[in-house]
Design a protein around this ligand. Structure first.
Ligand SMILES: Nc1nc2c(c(=O)[nH]1)N[C@H]1C(S)=C(S)[C@@H](COP(=O)(O)OP(=O)(O)OC[C@H]3O[C@@H](n4cnc5c(N)ncnc54)[C@H](O)[C@@H]3O)O[C@H]1N2
Ligand code: MOO
Length: 408
């Protein structure tokens, strides 16, 4: 690894992405259930195997009727049966007859509407008093009105969110092709770091980056990260890195990438030909080492400053991890917000400022714009990032700014 290279954010992101190939798709037979696929990315389009709904069915608990029978309501109809949800019965209805029906039950072929029980004198096994006139189709969910058979319900590259996974199940999927979740290790270094809750001497601070990065991974759908703490000693760091890189798809470290005498991560990674030491035209998060290690894993060696590490994760690690999973969208969606307050931005680089939103989606700095990188306290309340492009020296109140929203 040569001396640090100066790059724009886009150049660095694209360089990292060029080192990544998506995992092989894996087909899962869904006979044993598919809750375990939640959060994974689809490697295939999903089409519904049948119309949604499968058959015309009742949207209400009430009486299935021939709508013409309700003309001149109130009217009294003869009750000739009951159709609960799950019933396969299709009772015949002659003019003047009705059946009790429950929400989700198939509509009898002879009926064309449902009167909800509130518009009657209640459920009765023999006679139904219908108090309203209704038209054909009322309170009926028609076969295929949500999606026709064969319609697309999810696309390759989309994440199996709760909604998509349940749509695939409802659409009759029996096998889904997905890409697995990456195995990720988090490594923190720094002699000043004590486990949270321990007594602190002068010069010592609570270690918080491992919680930050492993938590950001969980929020990205990657739940089982390995977390390691390591002393600032080159040989130990080298060994730990080599072990993690041979057993994981990615290693995300924080600390030790600056030009300081003790910046061990940068020194150790200098021996890796596929890893570059870069200063990104970005604030915070300028120094980083990234690339593919000889042992196999991608390394994202992010700065130790907590907000710098969070920004590095957001702009570089998250898209790369998504690319491994074959995601169609690598970055979170960019939205437009309006600055409620003004702030300064460095003109020679992209500024990524943690912000809070008001009820009109206006944004204001969550931390001092001049001191972003260490401001772990203010960052705790941040709801998003404002992305202020290179070339802008000041954001004025009322300016339109691009933002991304952080979860939840
Ligand atoms: N002479 C220069 N000094 C620095 C430069 C520079 O260009 N020239 N760049 C600054 C910038 S920008 C950054 S960012 C940092 C990068 O530093 P390192 O990656 O080497 O990080 P450390 O020095 O190890 O730590 C920085 C800061 O973060 C705290 N930290 C580290 N790890 C944790 C953790 N796990 N939990 C909580 N806090 C952590 C650490 O105590 C330091 O305060 O370098 C600047 N310096
Ligand atoms: O790049 Mo550093 O993160 O500005 O503080």
């Amino acid at each position: 690894m040569a001396a640090s290279i100066l790059r724009s954010y886009e150049e660095q992101r694209d360089w990292i992405l060029s080192a990544i190939t998506a995992f092989e798709p894996e087909a899962h037979d869904l006979a044993g259930g598919f809750a375990h696929l939640h959060g994974l990315y689809l490697a295939q389009d999903v089409h519904t195997a049948h119309p949604l709904p499968l058959w015309a069915n009742s949207a209400m608990d009430g009486y299935a009727v021939r709508s013409l029978d309700t003309l001149g309501a109130p009217v009294e109809l003869e009750v000739v049966g009951v159709v609960p949800a799950g019933s396969s019965e299709d009772p015949r209805l002659l003019p003047g007859q009705t059946v009790r029906i429950m929400t989700g039950a198939p509509l009898p072929t002879d009926a064309d509407a449902v009167v909800k029980v509130e518009d009657t004198n209640g459920f009765d096994a023999h006679r139904a008093r219908i108090n309203v006139e209704i038209s054909a189709g009322k309170n009926v969910r028609m076969r295929g009105e949500d999606r026709d058979a064969g319609a697309l319900v999810a696309r390759a590259g989309e994440q199996l969110t709760a909604a998509r996974l349940s749509a695939a199940a409802a659409a009759g999927a029996v096998r889904l092709s997905v890409r697995r979740s990456p195995k990720v290790a988090v490594l923190v270094t720094g002699a000043e770091l004590k486990a949270p809750g321990q007594d602190l001497g002068r010069g010592q601070i609570p270690e918080s980056n491992s919680l930050l990065i492993s938590g950001l991974l969980v929020e990205s759908g990657i739940t089982a990260a390995t977390v390691k703490h390591c002393v600032d000693e080159p040989e130990t760091v080298r060994q730990v890195l080599a072990e993690l890189a041979s057993t994981h798809d990615a290693v995300i470290s924080t600390g030790g990438v600056g030009p300081g005498e003790y910046d061990v991560m940068r020194q150790v990674l200098a021996d890796e030909p596929g890893v570059q030491s870069v200063r990104v035209r970005l604030r915070p998060g300028a120094p980083q080492c990234a690339g593919r290690m000889q042992a196999g894993a991608m390394i994202f060696a992010l700065p130790g400053n907590p907000v710098s590490a969070a920004v590095g994760f957001e702009l570089f690690a998250r898209p790369a991890l998504r690319a491994m999973q074959g995601a169609a969208e690598l970055a979170r969606p960019a939205l437009r917000s309006q600055a409620v307050l003004g702030w300064k931005s460095p003109a020679d680089r992209l500024q990524v400022l943690p912000v809070v939103f008001d009820e009109n989606f206006g944004c204001a700095p969550a931390v001092k714009a001049s001191q972003i990188s260490h401001s772990v306290g203010g960052f705790g309340s941040a709801q998003g990032y404002a992305l202020i492009p290179q070339g802008i020296e000041r954001v004025e109140p009322g300016d339109s700014v691009e933002v991304i929203r952080l979860q939840p």
